[in-house]
Design a binder for this molecule. Structure first.
Ligand code: SF4
Length: 336
């Protein structure tokens, strides 16, 4: 148990947590919406400090990040809890988990995480799997520590966090993938039990900070695939970040409480074409092993990075430039 940050004690013995826009008012012995921040003896505690449900290595493309050291492995850690309640959650076992004593949670110190990074030769760590920002305190401490040890830090998040904790964390994170789950408040309220504007605020703050950002948009038939709304979302991203904003359009499959049929391949392809009218780097996701997600130079059209089923090959780049026309490519790439 670790005392939580970003809360205040109220006169009535309750506490108000302001880590995320839910701003839960929590009574003694109870938890907030995320289930893992709990009041005990008048203090708000984070039940998940140093407690992880998963530690494993992934290709960085799996986060997904396609313009952040492509082809490299990243050590990924996750815990439990989430501040959204998405009907189609793919990780409900850990996101909606009520049982903090579950056998699957293991205790790790920051030094033990660093040992795993060293043993595997990893240069990057991702906070991922469940919603990492509800596990804020341990991840903040880990990010600060690893910054001093030259490890790149990645956050994969739903973006539903308040301004102050986000601003405090930003200097210690190198890259984000934010799920933009829809582009209407109605969608957010009905499907995720949260709201859209705070997620947009997070996206805007990350862009303003200059941190690397990729966006994932999971296309759900009949819920967020309306062409007019989708075009609005694309224009919003372009206005905010320019044509180089990286976007992943992912195919939905039925899961958890949502049983509508999977997104058709035709829908993904149609939205891909619409997005590519405005953005330079748009990629399909969840499309099966036979689908390529290559990167092409936005200026001369040369193949830069070849991707097939998480096998990635740098095909036509010198450092961060197109080897044909020397155009600078958005993102972070190792120079050899
Ligand atoms: S982080 Fe959890 S407890 Fe805090 S406001 Fe958000 S949902 Fe509520």
């Amino acid at each position: 148990m670790h005392e939580a940050s970003y809360y205040e004690k109220l006169d009535n013995g309750k506490v108000r947590c302001y880590l995320c826009p839910h701003e839960c008012i929590i009574s003694e012995g109870k938890s907030g919406v995320c289930r893992i921040r709990k009041v005990s003896q008048g203090r708000l505690l984070n039940d998940t400090y140093q407690r992880l449900s998963a530690v494993s290595a992934d290709p960085v493309e799996k986060k997904p990040l396609y313009h952040f050291f492509p082809g490299e492995p990243i050590l990924s850690i996750g815990s439990i809890g989430c501040n959204m309640s998405c009907q189609h959650c793919q990780n409900e076992e850990i996101s909606q988990c009520l049982d903090i004593t579950a056998d699957r949670l293991r205790t790790y110190t920051i030094e033990e995480i660093q040992d795993q990074l060293n043993e595997g030769g990893y240069q990057m760590l991702a906070f991922t799997y469940n919603e990492p920002l509800v596990n804020y305190e341990f991840y903040y401490d880990t990010a600060v520590y690893l910054e001093q040890h030259g490890i790149e830090r990645v956050v994969v998040s739903n973006g539903y966090v308040s301004r102050e904790p986000l601003q405090d964390l930003l200097p210690f994170v190198d890259a984000f993938n934010i799920d933009l789950k829809g582009f209407s408040d109605d969608f957010y309220r009905k499907v995720t039990r949260s709201t859209l504007q705070p997620v947009l605020n997070t996206i805007e703050a990350i862009i303003e900070s200059g941190r690397h950002l990729e966006i994932t948009y999971l296309v759900i038939p009949g819920l967020n695939d309306n062409e007019i709304e989708f075009r609005e979302m694309i224009r919003y991203l372009k206005t905010l970040a320019g044509a180089d904003q990286v976007l992943h359009l992912s195919r939905y499959f039925p899961h958890y409480k949502m049983n509508r049929p999977p997104t058709s391949v035709d829908t993904i392809n149609r939205l891909l074409e619409i997005a590519k009218e405005e953005l330079n780097y748009v990629y399909p996701g969840n499309m099966g092993a036979g689908t390529d997600a290559n990167t092409f130079c936005p200026k001369c059209g040369s193949l830069l990075i070849e991707r097939h089923a998480y096998n990635t090959r740098i095909a036509g780049m010198d450092g961060n430039r197109c080897s044909e026309c020397n155009t600078t490519i958005h993102g972070k790439f190792r120079t050899t």
